[in-house]
Design a protein around this ligand. Structure first.
Ligand SMILES: NC(=O)c1ccc[n+]([C@@H]2O[C@H](COP(=O)([O-])OP(=O)(O)OC[C@H]3O[C@@H](n4cnc5c(N)ncnc54)[C@H](OP(=O)(O)O)[C@@H]3O)[C@@H](O)[C@H]2O)c1
Length: 243
């Protein structure tokens, strides 16, 4: 059994790599920095006696990110899980980004997950595997910040629905985590309205449920009711909220 983790070099992805390694499966880890990947792969394979391979690529510029993953998977045990905790946001994603900046955010946050899911789907269907996608509370309702990032994360919700609509639960399982704030690089130095979650505890939750059914979940759970309230607010009220 092999799990592929895209965005495995820091934050939640790194915590997931560590958590899944401790449970004994082989790993293929993907990120842009080769040194981080080498160090993580060496550490996890030594500590847990598993096979860990790394694929270093910048998915912001890679036209076909699944091709390198498929090549790296050759000779590994069958892939049973694809986890995509990849993501990048920018302070200037407030309507001032140029087309290049917009393209880069879409490539990393939306194109890469779409392309990698499509590329690995045939193998995941053979093992009745699981696709695990990670969204953000930033995409609950459009606002004046994280404009492109939130659009991409909304796109992932559509991908989640499409996969569930296209495949029966006994063919493919699809899990979506709508995440609140995490204490990771993405939020480093930011003033947050609430305490950021420890990525290790979120990784434990994801790993515990990975063998289970398809589902859309909010982490932390209170964001589910907050989302319902935010989405239910009349536009004339919502548009005045500075969030
Ligand atoms: N942190 C939060 O508060 C928060 C809130 C809501 C949702 N989320 C979502 O939760 C997930 C995990 O976030 P996180 O906070 O753990 O992020 P993080 O610590 O910044 O880690 C992001 C991962 O993505 C990889 N990555 C970024 N750009 C890449 C590129 N161009 N090519 C290849 N890999 C790339 C990074 O590797 P390299 O550094 O090597 O590029 C890293 O491994 C993401 O989907 C994020 O959008 C996070």
């Amino acid at each position: 059994m092999t799990a592929v983790i895209v965005g495995a070099s820091s934050g939640l992805g790194r915590a997931l790599a560590s958590e899944l390694a401790s449970r004994g499966g082989d790993l293929l880890i993907v990120a842009s920095d080769p040194r981080d990947l080498e160090a993580i792969a060496a550490d996890l394979s030594l500590r847990h006696g598993i096979n860990v391979r790394g694929v270093a690529m910048d998915v912001g510029i890679e036209a076909n990110p699944s091709a390198r993953i498929l090549t790296a998977l050759e000779g590994m045990s069958p892939i049973t899980g694809l986890l995509l905790p990849i993501g990048v946001s920018r302070e200037d994603d407030d309507g001032t980004l140029d087309a290049r900046g917009i393209g880069q955010l879409l490539a990393i946050n939306l194109h890469a997950p779409l392309a990698i899911v499509h590329g690995l789907l045939a193998q995941l269907l053979q093992t009745r595997g699981v696709v695990v996608l990670f969204g953000s509370i930033a995409s609950i309702r459009g606002r004046g910040r994280n404009i492109v990032y939130a659009s991409a994360k909304r796109g992932l919700i559509s991908l989640y629905e499409s996969l569930r609509q296209r495949y029966r639960p006994d063919e493919l399982r699809v899990q979506f985590y709508q995440l609140g704030f995490l204490a990771t690089n993405l939020t480093y130095g930011m003033r947050l309205p609430m305490r950021a979650l420890d990525p290790a505890s979120v990784a434990k939750t994801v790993a515990r449920r990975i063998g289970g059914r398809s589902a859309f979940r909010h982490v932390p759970r209170r964001w589910r009711s907050l989302s319902i309230v935010l989405r239910a607010l009349p536009w004339t009220v919502y548009r005045h909220i500075r969030n």
